[in-house]
Design a protein around this ligand. Structure first.
Ligand code: HEC
Length: 139
């Protein structure tokens, strides 16, 4: 009986660990968004962001680029959650906060994919507070 209880406890403990790691990827390099989501984000980006940041995300004289070295210069060491908050509260700069939260997540996925961060099966969902602990780091 005692042995059974011990097995049960170990099983639950394991389930707890794997359950939470499925919810909380340790790193941006584990893949935190899905390809389908980045595709939706690309469409929303074209409609609402490309007029300032350019279709290829390289920016222009009015708005900064969101790619590569310039992007990492601003965002390296900061969290994905912070980037999400920036988008949701300040962009598009002519109509801040005008998109549904999930659309900002899709656009965020598109920006991550454009910067060569990997995808996975998981979707980024709005309100995921673990995003604040996932840092934007170079490979
Ligand atoms: C009307 C022009 C305009 C539109 C539309 C616009 N932005 Fe911006 N964006 C700016 C300007 C100007 C800045 C620089 C000032 C600042 O950081 O707030 C900026 C800054 C940013 C930054 C931070 C700078 C960086 O390099 O990381 C991000 C990220 C961003 N925009 C994403 C978006 C996204 C996503 C959209 C669409 C939802 C969008 N922007 C739409 C003008 C615009």
């Amino acid at each position: 009986m005692r042995k059974l209880a011990a097995i049960l406890i170990i099983t639950l403990w394991h389930a707890g660990i794997s359950g939470s790691s499925a919810q909380q990827p340790a790193s941006i390099w584990d893949g935190i968004y899905s390809d389908a989501q980045a595709e939706r984000g690309a469409a929303a980006y074209s409609a609402r962001c490309a007029s300032c940041h350019a279709v290829d995300l390289r920016g222009n004289s009015n708005a900064p680029g969101l790619l590569g070295v310039g992007f990492m210069f601003l965002w390296e060491g900061r969290s994905v959650g912070e980037l999400f908050t920036k988008l949701r509260t300040e962009m598009p700069s002519d109509q801040p906060g005008s998109l549904p939260a999930q659309t900002y997540m899709d656009i965020l996925s598109f920006i991550l994919r454009s910067n060569q961060f990997p995808s996975s099966e998981k979707e980024l969902t709005a309100g995921a507070d673990w995003l604040n602990s996932v840092l934007i780091t170079p490979k």
